[in-house]
Design a protein around this ligand. Structure first.
Ligand SMILES: N[C@@H](CCC(=O)N[C@@H](CS)C(=O)NCC(=O)O)C(=O)O
Length: 216
């Protein structure tokens, strides 16, 4: 499937949208940024709420398709630009693990970490979508103990999501630093795409703050 249209990424620096920018770089996809200055609250202006009524980034537009929610965006974009080899195709034995771990990120990992960071007890096990925090961390670690990447023996878009997230969350102390996590994080975030986006994010974030201070 080849879709020639350029992707528009609704973007704020140092957010979940940064991971999508890394993904677009790695996919070699043509894209442009539609930047929102969160320091000025632009994500809550009507123009953007028409794209994502929740007022959150990332979101993308690709042709007539608008996609919000980072897990959906990782899957959508890596399917739309398969030539980079970061996407197990339908029928590939790694496809199930690829989908599983991208969705696990949003449906289990983030809720578990948010509850933990807020000091909230999870609901009783049978009513908790993620079980408990320890089970979530242990599932990820076990997966990475038996194979080099989240969906098997080769890098996929799922690793761009997980490498960036585990890096941030170990730094925040919300995920334990272990030899398995450390080695995996280093393998993923040492890719030039991460350095490029982080560097450009710093510059953009500083400009946004200055602009917001100037208009206050
Ligand atoms: N469920 C969304 C969460 C997105 C999200 O929380 N984005 C943050 C930035 S990392 C945001 O846009 N915050 C702006 C705000 O709440 O005003 C996803 O997975 O894409």
């Amino acid at each position: 499937m080849a879709i020639p249209d350029r992707v528009t990424l609704y973007y704020s620096p140092r957010t979940r949208a940064s991971g999508i920018r890394v993904l677009l770089e790695e996919l070699g996809a043509p894209f442009e940024l539609h930047t929102l200055n969160m320091a000025k609250g632009e994500q809550r202006e009507p123009g953007y709420l028409a794209i994502n009524p929740l007022g959150k980034v990332p979101a993308i537009r690709h042709g007539d398709a608008v996609v919000t929610e980072q897990s959906a965006i990782y899957i959508y974009l890596s399917d739309a630009f398969p030539d980079a080899g970061l996407t197990p195709a339908i029928g590939d034995p790694d496809r199930g693990a690829f989908l599983r771990w991208i969705v696990f990120y949003s449906s289990c990992f983030e809720p578990a970490l948010i509850d933990k960071s807020m000091g909230r007890e999870p609901p009783p096990a049978t009513r908790s979508a993620y079980g408990d925090y320890d089970k979530v961390i242990s599932a990820i670690q076990s997966n990475l103990s038996t194979q080099a990447f989240m969906a098997g023996d080769r890098l996929t878009a799922a690793d761009l999501l997980w490498g960036g997230a585990l890096n941030l969350m170990t730094r925040f102390g919300l995920v334990p630093k272990t030899p398995v996590f450390d080695a995996y994080i280093e393998k993923i975030i040492s890719r030039p795409s991460f350095g490029k986006v982080a560097e450009e994010d710093e510059i953009m974030a500083a400009a946004h703050e200055e602009e917001a201070a100037g208009s206050a």
